[in-house]
Design a binder for this molecule. Structure first.
Ligand code: SF4
Length: 365
């Protein structure tokens, strides 16, 4: 009976019918932990059904193309102290770095040469001075004007967002863990405010950015109902892209003994997101490779339509704690072959218009 009911919920989302927050919570509860899955005969079949529906939905919008984006962690400094984060200000165990603009340009160069045009610059909050970021954006755009440049530098003031946008930044990615006030307070020191984070999303949109969100799943104090609430928030806000990353406990964080996010939860949530928002850009994040050998492929098989590769220079990647943040090489033969076997093609260029017909793309690798 329960399997039949849950199957009907998947059908309803797939056919674009409304589903209540409670019903979404019911579905997420099944995939939330291994015990719920083990308790219900037929749960594996439901997961397979959910993923195959999401895959079909993704193909109906994006075809068999998987787009390739690259991400550079331009600094591991941050002024904040989020309890789950290995690069929080209070962690004195790691050396800190800021990439210079010439290093960023050099890092981008080989990937630009092979045709990649989407680059994401990430750092903690206020790692660089505001005018340094303006200079970096301007510098990169003057060399590579046809790139899509996404910034993910945490919360800044409107003046800074505006200057970066005018310098040529196209998109801004903000990281969220929850949109529930009580849970937010359990993950952050008191001086950090959820309201400010949410306001920033609207400020960015008003300034003309395409807004991306990045949610971490499986963090402490998360629950099926908070995840359902998160999906509803995403649907209401309508970002251009949403990256779901699995929580991987950092040995340098307060939550080092917490379990990492399961592959089941991250793939089921990716599929639900795809069914709820068919045209959304959904990456299979490189962090998925940290929890599964085939993480990226699993993300694609759950309805993701782009891959994000961390191309931060090795010397700086070693400045983080010992988490494996996933594969580095965007021309990875194994990935290309793996996708090929599954009937997908890897493409390098993508113009972000959500209509398939307007996707610009480089020739297949
Ligand atoms: S999660 Fe972001 S804002 Fe919080 S400490 Fe880490 S880098 Fe800083």
């Amino acid at each position: 009976m329960q399997v039949k009911h849950l199957k009907s919920l998947i059908n309803r989302i797939d056919y674009g019918n409304n589903i209540s927050n409670d019903e979404l919570t019911e579905l997420i509860s099944l995939f939330y932990d291994e015990y719920s899955m083990a308790d219900l005969e037929g749960s594996e079949d439901l997961l397979m059904l959910l993923k195959s529906r999401a895959r079909a939905k993704s193909k109906s919008v994006w075809g068999n193309r998987i787009y390739q984006h690259c991400m550079i962690e331009i600094s591991n400094r941050c002024q904040n102290d989020c309890y789950y984060c290995d690069i929080r200000h209070g962690n004195t165990e790691i050396p800190r770095y800021n990439l210079k603009k010439s290093e960023i340009l050099e890092t981008i160069k080989p990937y630009y040469k092979v045709g990649i045009r989407d680059f994401i610059l990430l750092s903690g909050e206020k790692a660089h001075k505001s005018d340094e970021i303006t200079d970096i954006v301007h510098y990169i755009k003057s060399y590579y004007p046809d790139t899509t440049l996404t910034l993910g530098l945490g919360i800044a003031d409107k003046k800074a967002y505006n200057e970066w946008r005018e310098a040529g930044a196209d998109k801004y990615m903000l990281r969220e863990e929850t949109i529930d006030e009580a849970r937010y307070m359990m993950l952050h020191p008191a001086y950090m405010k959820l309201e400010k984070q949410v306001d920033s999303l609207y400020d960015l949109r008003n300034l003309g950015y395409q807004v991306d969100m990045r949610f971490t799943l499986g963090t402490p104090y998360q629950s099926p109902d908070s995840l359902a609430e998160m999906l509803c928030f995403i649907k209401d806000f309508g970002p251009s892209s949403v990256a779901l990353s699995p929580f991987v406990p950092s040995p340098d964080s307060e939550f080092r003994h917490h379990n990492e996010c399961s592959l089941t939860l991250i793939t089921a949530m990716t599929s639900l997101l795809r069914l709820l928002m068919p045209k959304l850009i959904i990456p299979a994040t490189s962090t998925m490779d940290a929890i599964s050998e085939q993480g990226t492929i699993q993300g694609i098989l759950s309805g993701a339509n782009i891959t994000i590769h961390n191309i931060t220079p090795d010397i700086y990647r070693n400045y983080r704690s010992d988490i494996n943040f996933g594969s580095v090489n965007p021309v990875d033969e194994a990935l290309i072959l793996g996708l090929d076997k599954l009937g997908y093609e890897l493409f390098y260029r993508h113009d972000y218009d959500t209509k398939r017909s307007s996707c610009a793309h480089a020739p297949r690798i």
